[in-house]
Design a protein around this ligand. Sequence first.
Ligand code: HEM
Length: 131
Amino acid sequence: MLLYPDLKTLHVLFAAASLLLFVVRGGYTLLLARSLRARVWRWLPPVVDSLLLTFGIWLAVLLRINPLRADWLGVKLLCVIIYIAVGILAFRLHRPRWLKITLFAAAVLLFAFIASIAVWHDPRGIFVLSD
Ligand code: HEM
């Protein structure tokens, strides 16, 4: 049975891997306008993202944190949903390049904000520092 420190380490590791894959993919296809043909790009990002979410949910269950009661987790989940939607839109074909790059940048910023919500356990994330 996985314990809290292991789960948290795995969750954070998969979060870092997810961001790395997203940035490499976006940088290569959107900024350098090249295509990634290797098969690994089809299956690896969704597998890493699914494991990130699975370990996150597992952590919440283990710690008995209810997203409807703990506002930081509720806001974090909402941001995760927006992040997924923005990330999908950024890689959709038939959109102007400037829009794809803007969506890609917005998704990276959202990701950083999500991580900051987790670190501060506060729905304001990094913006707690401005109070
Ligand atoms: C883009 C997605 C996500 C990112 C980038 C992310 C990032 C992080 C990070 C960096 C931490 C460690 C915070 C610390 O240092 O204490 C963390 C903890 C945590 N995350 Fe996530 N997370 C994501 C998705 C989720 C999801 C979907 C859930 C599901 C409910 C979740 C639940 C948790 C919980 C319960 C903790 C532990 C908080 C604690 O130790 O008290 N996360 N997350």
